[in-house]
Design a binder for this molecule. Structure first.
Ligand SMILES: Cc1cc2nc3c(=O)[nH]c(=O)nc-3n(C[C@H](O)[C@H](O)[C@H](O)COP(=O)(O)OP(=O)(O)OC[C@H]3O[C@@H](n4cnc5c(N)ncnc54)[C@H](O)[C@@H]3O)c2cc1C
Length: 395
């Protein structure tokens, strides 16, 4: 690329469109050509779907392709792969892992899920009890994971497991890429508040994971998992949206459709939430510009925290503005959706689904702790040794 990367990039997109007219090119062939041209994710290295350019230039490609009616890779269906697995594999995986996994991930041929949380390890993720024991050059994994979004669709998983139970909990974890089709992987649906089963329980019984599917060194799983979690927060709370899109767009629609339900109180709330949504959107733009020159930092936690609060307040206001209609729920059938859509279906669905926003990807309480300690530099919470506290109690 020359000194004018943006102009060069436009020329590259034009060349792609000229050689593969979206109107006549089959979707898969178009996506493959886009990958080969380095226009999949421009900040990835050449040969891996990118051009090694600043991440901020991705918009140049996306806008031009969208305007030309080009097909996309259905990012909602492969959100965990794009938002979490890919940046982790790129940053900390081996060359062989990058070559093997990134292309089918981006093309949407292989879906990923995240096997982190367990019944006894959510906020305290370092407490995971799933064990991985080395047998020759293969790890044998046994344990139970829970709340695994899209496990019913997934081909692969990012997994953290305990490889050494005799060291402090953060030091005994290792990070793996697990094949969800391997023997010993059992996925069971978990129905949630919305009636849907978008997440699952996953039972792992004697699952064999080759050592070359390990990401990072043995015992460094916590460090690798943190890279994933930082990216997860950005991918949940920091997506690019046009003004008045997403949840705030649904509320303004209801506001415009029902002038008879307006009150000074709802007017005031709408204005406040509209302004906050706009501030969040612009903060997202700033965050993405910062991402262009580095990895996500704890600021992603602030975005995700605010996103969750606004989603809950806005969806509550929407239900209120819709009056009786807001209380109707369209369909309670147990479904296993093929993607997660925070603003899909009807107002009732949005209201119920938004409740999960302050839990998934780190609860709001945990994010406040992260912001307090790592952004604001406040003293950390005293770590209470429960046994010592118990012993010190007057008897
Ligand atoms: C819709 C949805 C999708 C999800 N998808 C996935 C997925 O794909 N993969 C995956 O691995 N996980 C997934 N999760 C799990 C999610 O990451 C956990 O639910 C979350 O980390 C909280 O863990 P927990 O449920 O065990 O709650 P707990 O950790 O038990 O927390 C219970 C309550 O205690 C509070 N609390 C805990 N510790 C502290 C503390 N130190 N200070 C203050 N308050 C505290 C929490 O904020 C919370 O209110 C998903 C969850 C949801 C809701």
């Amino acid at each position: 690329m020359s000194q004018r990367p943006e102009a060069d990039l436009r020329a590259r997109v034009d060349a792609l469109l000229a050689a593969h007219d979206p109107a006549t090119t089959e979707r898969r062939a178009f996506l493959e050509a886009r990958w080969d041209a380095g226009l999949a994710w421009v900040h990835f290295p050449e040969g891996l779907g990118g051009l090694g350019l600043p991440r901020g230039l991705q918009g140049v490609v996306d806008d031009r392709l969208e305007a030309a009616g080009a097909p996309d890779n259905d990012p909602r269906r492969i959100g965990i792969g794009l938002g979490m697995a890919a940046p982790t594999i790129l940053a900390l995986g081996t060359d062989e892992q990058r070559r093997r996994f990134l292309r089918p991930l981006w093309l949407g041929e292989e879906v990923w899920c995240q096997l982190f949380s367990e019944p006894g390890a959510g906020s305290d993720l370092a407490a995971v009890a799933t064990r991985a024991v080395l047998d020759g050059d293969t790890w044998v994994v046994d344990g139970q994971k829970v709340w695994t979004s899209s496990a019913h669709l997934a081909d692969h998983a990012i997994l953290i497991a305990r490889t050494d139970p005799d060291v402090p909990k953060h030091a005994g974890l290792t990070y793996f890429l697990l094949d969800m089709h391997d023997p010993g992987v059992e996925v069971r649906p978990l129905r949630q508040l919305t009636g849907e089963a978008e997440f699952n329980e996953v039972f792992l019984t004697g699952v064999r994971v080759p050592d070359d599917r390990r990401v990072g060194a043995v015992g460094e799983g916590w460090k690798v998992a943190n890279a994933t979690l930082m990216n997860e927060r950005v991918s949940i709370g920091g997506g690019a949206t046009p003004r008045e899109a997403g949840m705030v767009g649904k509320v303004t629609e209801a506001w415009r459709a029902h002038p008879e339900r307006r009150t000074p109180g709802t007017h005031q709330r709408l204005l406040e939430l509209w302004v906050e949504s706009e501030v969040l959107r612009m903060t997202g733009q700033r965050l993405r510009q910062k991402l262009a020159v580095g990895a996500p930092g704890p600021e992603g936690s602030a975005m995700k925290l605010t996103f969750a609060r606004l989603a809950q307040e806005l969806s509550g206001l929407e239900v209120e503005l819709l009056g009786d209609d807001g209380l109707r729920y369209d369909d309670w059938t147990l479904r296993r959706p093929s993607y997660v859509d925070f603003t899909g279906r009807d107002a009732g669905y949005r209201y119920l689904r938004a409740k999960g926003n302050s839990i998934e990807g780190g609860t709001s309480e945990i994010l406040r702790n992260i912001i307090a300690e790592r952004v604001l530099g406040l003293p950390s919470e005293p770590r209470v040794d429960k046994d010592a506290a118990w012993k010190d109690l007057p008897r």
